[in-house]
Each structure stands twice: as structure tokens, then as C-alpha cells.
Design a protein around this ligand. Structure first.
Ligand SMILES: N[C@@H]1[C@@H](O)[C@H](O)[C@@H](COP(=O)(O)O)O[C@@H]1O
Length: 245
């Protein structure tokens, strides 16, 4: 695990975007996975800018969605899919056939998990899996207690997630379950990148990166990822005792 600390959110976002752009320039047929949430917005904005400026070409890449709130689709404001289309796929005109995303409205969600896993086995491993972290240490919607051995699965949401996630919706939204790629996908990704910013993430970042490696804190898996990169702004890194570079 390599921890890099940047002066602010913008610099952290630039580092993550530059890493992705450089990689895609070398490997134009990459399989990429990006998260939704507040944290990745700056990174995605830069990647869109680089794409429009022709500094990077995503046209041959494939994309897999990280997670989704069960019962939502791209028409639901606040859904992960709508976020990804708004912040990345639409502005870069990524062809639909290059995108695989959970249908969180499917009647058979177990089958939906199999469909996504199958697509990753076929086109993978994932080249770059970029993730954020929840205040409870979740990755995607791998909540505290999720086994590191799971591929895509459906998970009952933790109370912290249900409460924190209200920020994505304009009115009080009932959230019960998530459908998500598993930690096993992250462990098998060629590169896993964790981005976190702001002082509210400081305590979970310290726990995840310097505490016990345990599925109680899913993000602690970064400590054992063979190629895990952690990019933090100063505030998110403020609880760490061992500082990165
Ligand atoms: N399902 C998403 C995750 O994929 C995201 O990485 C995390 C952090 O979100 P934020 O970046 O808004 O802090 O929580 C959300 O619930």
C-alpha cells in the first residue's frame, strides 16, 4: 500500500485523474471501475476535461459500475448510475455497449450479480478500481462485516450508510439494501485506488490504514492489496501516525 498525501482536494483529485489518464494512454483497452459519491467528482471532472482535450481516449475502455441502491435506476435522482452518466459517461459520449452497470430494479438480484461477475471474468481483471470510503469504512456497498471473499452481492445497508447517504437525495429516501461489486473484485484488480478527503474521513482513514485488517472495516483491505494506492488530502490524513509521502 502506498499512501500519498496532497495539500487539498483539488491536488488529490488531480493525482488520481493523472494516474488513470496515464494508465489508459498505455493500456487503451482497460476495464475501469469508478465510484459515485462526493469524493470522486473532482477526479471525474478532470478526466472528462482530459478526454475532451484529447489528452486521453476512453473510447476503447470498458466500464463497470461499482454499486447501486436497490430499487433505483438511472432515472432516479441520486442513484449511482445517474451520477456516473452525468459526471462521466454522457459528457464523454461513452458508448452504451462499453458500460456494464447493475440493474438494481431487477427481480432476480442474485442473477444480476452473476451477470456482472461474468462480465468481469470475461473482460477483466479490472485494470483500475477507484473507490471512495464511507464513514463506517465501507467500500462500494461492502458494509462492515462483508466478507473479503465475496464478488458481486446484495447487502443490507448499515445505519451509518443510510443516514449519510441522505445527502445524495433531495428528500428523505428509504434505503434498505445495496448491490455492489465485492472486495474480491478489488483484491483482484490490477490497481486499486482509494481516495478520501476532508476532516470527517480522518478517523476512519486512520482505522482503515493503521488499524487491524478486518472485514469490520472493509477499507482495511487496502493494507493487503498487492497494488493499493491511497490518495488523501491533508485533512483526511490528519489522523494517521505514519504519514505517507
Ligand atoms: N456507495 C457510495 C460509495 O461508493 C462511496 O464511495 C461512499 C463515500 O461517499 P462520499 O464520497 O460521498 O463520501 O459512500 C457511498 O455510499
Amino acid at each position: 500500500m502506498k499512501i500519498s498525501i496532497f495539500p487539498d482536494y483539488q491536488e488529490m483529485s488531480r493525482a488520481a485523474a493523472d494516474f488513470v489518464a496515464k494508465y489508459v494512454n498505455k493500456h487503451p483497452r482497460s476495464l475501469l471501475c469508478f465510484p459515485s459519491g462526493d469524493t470522486p467528482t473532482g477526479t471525474l471532472q478532470l478526466l472528462v476535461q482530459y478526454g475532451l482535450e484529447k489528452k486521453v481516449d476512453f473510447s476503447q475502455c470498458r466500464f463497470v459500475g461499482l454499486d447501486e441502491w436497490v430499487g433505483m435506476d438511472e432515472h432516479t435522482p441520486g442513484s449511482c448510475k445517474q451520477y456516473m452518466y452525468t459526471h462521466f459517461f454522457h459528457p464523454l459520449h461513452i458508448p452504451k455497449e462499453n458500460i456494464v452497470f447493475f440493474d438494481a430494479k431487477a427481480t432476480d438480484l442474485a442473477q444480476e450479480c452473476k451477470r456482472i461477475d461474468q462480465s468481469i471474468f470475461e473482460h477483466g481483471p479490472i485494470d483500475i478500481m477507484l473507490v471512495g470510503v464511507g464513514l463506517n469504512g465501507h467500500i462500494g456497498l461492502n458494509e462492515p462485516g462483508s466478507s473479503f471473499d465475496l464478488y458481486a452481492h446484495v447487502r443490507d445497508l448499515d445505519a451509518v450508510t443510510i443516514e449519510t447517504a441522505q445527502k445524495y437525495f433531495t428528500s428523505e429516501t428509504l434505503l434498505k439494501q445495496g448491490i455492489t461489486l465485492g472486495i474480491k473484485h478489488l483484491l483482484e484488480a490490477k490497481t486499486a485506488i482509494l481516495i478520501a478527503s476532508g476532516s470527517k474521513k480522518a478517523s476512519i482513514i486512520a482505522k482503515a490504514l493503521e488499524g487491524e485488517i478486518s472485514n469490520k472495516v472493509p477499507a482495511s483491505v487496502f493494507q493487503i492489496h498487492p497494488n493499493g494506492l491511497v490518495m488523501l488530502d491533508k485533512e483526511a490524513a490528519s489522523g494517521l501516525t505514519l504519514k505517507g509521502n
